[in-house]
Design a protein around this ligand. Sequence first.
Ligand code: C2O
Ligand code: CU
Ligand code: CU
Length: 573
Amino acid sequence: MTKKINNNRRQFLQNSAFGAAALTAFPGMLFAKTGQLQNKATPSFKADVEIKFTSRDANIPILKKGPKTKVQKYYAELLKGPKNTLVELENNYLGPILNYVKGQKVRIYYKNMMSEPSIIHWHGLHVPQGSDGHPMYTLEPGQSYVYEFEVMNNAGTSFYHSHSHNLTAEQVYNGLAGLITVTDDEEQKLDLPRGEYDLPFVIQDRTFNAQNQLQYLHGMHGKMTGFLGETVLVNGTPDAEFSVKTRAYRLRAVNGSNSRIYKLGWDDGTPLTAIGTDAHLLPKPETRPYLMFAPGERIDLWLDFSGRAVGSKLVMYSLPYEGAMPPKMEEQRLGKKSSGGMGMGGGMMGMMSSGLGQGDKFAIATFKVTKKVSDSPKLPKTLGRFERLTERDVDNKNNPIPIGISMKPMRPQLNGKSFSMNRVLDFEKVELGSIKKIKIFHDHGPMKMKEGEKMDKDMDMSGGKMKMESGGGMGMMGGGMGGGMMFSMAHPIHLHGQQFQILSREIEGMRQEEYKTVKDGFLDTGWKDTVLVMPGEEIVIAKPFQDYKGLFLYHCHNLEHEDLGMMRQFYIS
Ligand code: C2O
Ligand code: CU
Ligand code: CU
């Protein structure tokens, strides 16, 4: 009962924020002004590239046999700009690949032609608030939005996906995503594989029913663990196969899954070499026995088939690992008998279980060597221009901004709060141009919360008055799922806006035996916008907040968690 009243009150506060009083109380800021849909082109913005985007319902042949699958899909049409700006993946639920060049001015006309609300976010691109696809710009069916931004990013791999709050997970699941590449002069000078040797590699997992239709999960329990599908797709295709020549390739891997974390590795134990993470090239290539790959992350791989026999094949796997999910939750998800006895809940969970658990081993794609050639580029010794950030570059060395991960029963949160469209906490306000130290950690239970009383001062950005949100109304009750460690699971934390660098990754609580199965797979040397935080880990990052003012989200990229409210925002001013 208490919970319901709280919710209503919160809803009321949010609604009232759109009123006229809010605008006078908080001039220069927010919703009434900033939240407006931008639906006209700005004449002074001279676009080099113009694209017309729509999202629509579609039927696509995904599985080899049987009926087509109903999906939601991005369609695009190039109105202006270089021909290769849009590359269509035929018969695919994924949207077209967008190929940008640093410095280009891009205008996108987006029309939502689905029967539900939606908005597009360009994950990895450093763009103004108004072009970032913040959920406050969510379009109702039939509405349009005009994005305008300059491509500020260096060369790298990004992606786009729907970002309408509470609908993100299901819409991405239904197909609303696509790959973005950016190139620049520096990259052009490097002898990297190009053209047919530069391959998209979008990994997603789905579950199909007997009629070939996508099955999504229902109920809170499934959302807490996140969706885990039974079929692994690469570039929208199950059992993906690539024919390759005996030379080097660049593979732009995007983890576009809702919540599955992959441990990429070759079947024959060959190590993997990465040349890029998230939206950037690495300073230099990095070789690892395997690579941990969480939702929202990108890894550009250098695959060299030189010297391999024609007719041979190599299989990329997700190798087995442990620790991303508490054993008990995993058991329950799979519908196995857990110690607590199986009530109604257990039985229902069995029905929607997936045979492929988080950390199970399975094949992702097969590479068949079909032709001998001798034109392979050599792996460069150094890659992108890179400025290493250290503690000396941040202005809050002794006072890092917290991102505390907590999992109240049925409610994963950041900094003890759920997402609220028009609110920021005191420490979520940052000055334009600053570089901040941010500490991401697991916040177990009320003990730690007490230290940061100010965490409860939640500022209503449009009302101008400080309003207190009722903290911890839910407490630790609810279900048989209470208790700190129980909820300790891996979370990929994503920050919008500019990429950040990882200053340190420390492990405290996680069982060493489990940690051993993942610890050599983190690529922390370059720019990142999404970082996998394993249970017990504490990660310190340095993040620049430059160029654009406004509201920029940070959230868990386990999309079920995001939709459950595990999202907050920074206000840059
Ligand atoms: Cu890819 Cu805010 O997300
Ligand atoms: Cu993003
Ligand atoms: Cu999460």
